[in-house]
Write a protein that binds this ligand. Structure first.
Ligand code: ATP
Length: 237
């Protein structure tokens, strides 16, 4: 459904490409993407929603190249993106307005959009948040509301960029439960091995501009290292 084919990308002023002739297809229902800081994980997800255009290669959606604004609109109806920073996602005064914004944009009437928003908040255990002032929410509350703004649009694919950053263990557990219950494609960037082990069934690693599917034993070794309390970055994740 969603595919990057042989893409390369170099940031302006950078000497080396951050992604190089990389191909990636959303085919596993729940996949994690790992790799060291700065290896290009966020760049990859941004490319998959058309926020970054590859210098070479193409983004395909349902087998067709995404080139026009209309192609992008179609893609974004079905592909939701949870930003690393919730403040990049939330902009309305109240939670209800923020969550209803997507459905309104999709053409639902104000009444229908409100109903969808209320139901989505309820599904995420956020009933009672409707009239809360969005920018006054805690970081964890913002993360769940940001997720609600996406789920209200009923996407088929969900891309999540380091969703557990700054979440406490209780909110992380809540997020795990929510993601486990969601029957849609999920691609998750994370440095949190425990979280990935609960939410994904396959892992991909970005390394020197390329992406590899990790072998099972490789995953076990790294999980063991992480469980032993070592810092994952020292092991080149
Ligand atoms: N707009 C930009 N202009 C120039 N360089 C950028 C830009 N955005 C990101 N980079 C650089 O590109 C590299 C890849 O960034 P990216 O955010 O994709 O990495 P990442 O793997 O998600 O890292 P992390 O795990 O730290 O979040 C980094 O070295 C970053 O500094």
């Amino acid at each position: 459904m969603l595919q990057l084919r042989e893409v390369s990308y170099t940031y302006p002023m950078a000497k080396e490409p951050i992604l190089s002739n990389l191909s990636f297809t959303v085919e596993d229902k729940k996949a994690g993407i790992i790799g060291p800081n700065g290896c290009g994980k966020t760049t990859l997800l941004h490319m998959m929603v058309g926020l970054i255009k590859p210098d070479k290669g193409e983004l395909l959606f349902h087998g067709r190249p995404v080139t026009t604004k209309q192609d992008l609109r179609t893609l974004r109806k079905e592909v939701g993106f949870l930003f690393q920073s919730s403040d990049d996602q939330l902009f309305s005064p109240t939670v209800l307005e923020d969550v209803a914004f997507g459905p309104l944009n999709l053409g639902f009437s104000p009444g229908e959009a409100r109903e969808i928003a209320v139901r989505t908040l309820e599904d995420l255990g956020l009933s009672g948040f409707e009239e809360r002032i969005t920018h006054r929410l805690s970081g964890g509350e913002k993360k769940l509301v940001a997720l609600a703004t996406i789920l209200a649009m009923r996407p088929r694919i969900l891309l999540l960029d380091e969703p557990t950053n700054n979440l406490d263990p209780k909110t992380t557990s809540r997020l795990i439960e929510i993601l486990q219950d969601l029957d849609l494609y999920q691609i998750i960037i994370s440095h949190d091995w425990d979280f990935l082990s609960h939410t994904t069934s396959v892992l991909y690693m970005i390394d020197h501009g390329h992406i590899h599917r990790c072998q099972k034993d490789h995953i076990h070794v790294h999980r063991h290292v992480h469980a032993a309390g070592d810092h994952p970055h020292t092991h080149n994740l």
